[in-house]
Design a protein around this ligand. Sequence first.
Ligand SMILES: N[C@@H](CCC(=O)N[C@@H](CS)C(=O)NCC(=O)O)C(=O)O
Length: 217
Amino acid sequence: MKLFGYWRSLAAFRVRIALNLKGQPFEVVSTDLIKGEQFDPEYLKVNPQGVVPALITDSGEALTQSMAILEYLDEAFPAPALLPEDLMARARVRALCMIMVADMHPLVVPRIRKYVTQDWGHSEEELGAWIGNWTKKGLEAVEAHLTDGGHSGKFCEGDQVTMADLCLVPQIGAAMLFKIDITPYPNAKRIFDECMTIPAFFDARPQAQPDFPEDMK
Ligand SMILES: N[C@@H](CCC(=O)N[C@@H](CS)C(=O)NCC(=O)O)C(=O)O
């Protein structure tokens, strides 16, 4: 398979972890979001939305939207399962994913940052406050779910790696990259650390990607 992604894309990070867990080899096509390569006409034929990731499956079809791709991979390659068997647990996992994928991540993507600074004229400092605010609000909600319901174990839902962990790890990684204090989210951090002991997660980290910038190593 072929994955259009970028080292610092949280959505592509989710998909890399899933492909690794499923033992599916893939070729990475780096799409530089800072240079605007997501808007190249050739790429827009793959994903008309102009965002990464996009996965070209073995049958040559393009899939977009990281959650749709995770669901596809889980159905196409059932082991190890990324959703629990229990109906309520499945719903809880999907709810956690949605906090991060639908309510947190879209507020900090490049097109939003560009809009806030270039179109609305806000400073880098104000942009930092924007990113910090929405990241903290989201992580507070995630942490409350991991703490209060009593359903988290080694991972977000019990002791099984699920899609929720695939969403959590990039989100915590990004918070650390943005230098946001994550000590108020001890369960989220604990699960992040646990996941990072698993090669499928560790190998998918931004720093391990071929397009990770030399000057950040
Ligand atoms: N909901 C989408 C989000 C896709 C998305 O926004 N990806 C970001 C990188 S993480 C992107 O390509 N942004 C390009 C831009 O904002 O111009 C998914 O989960 O796949």
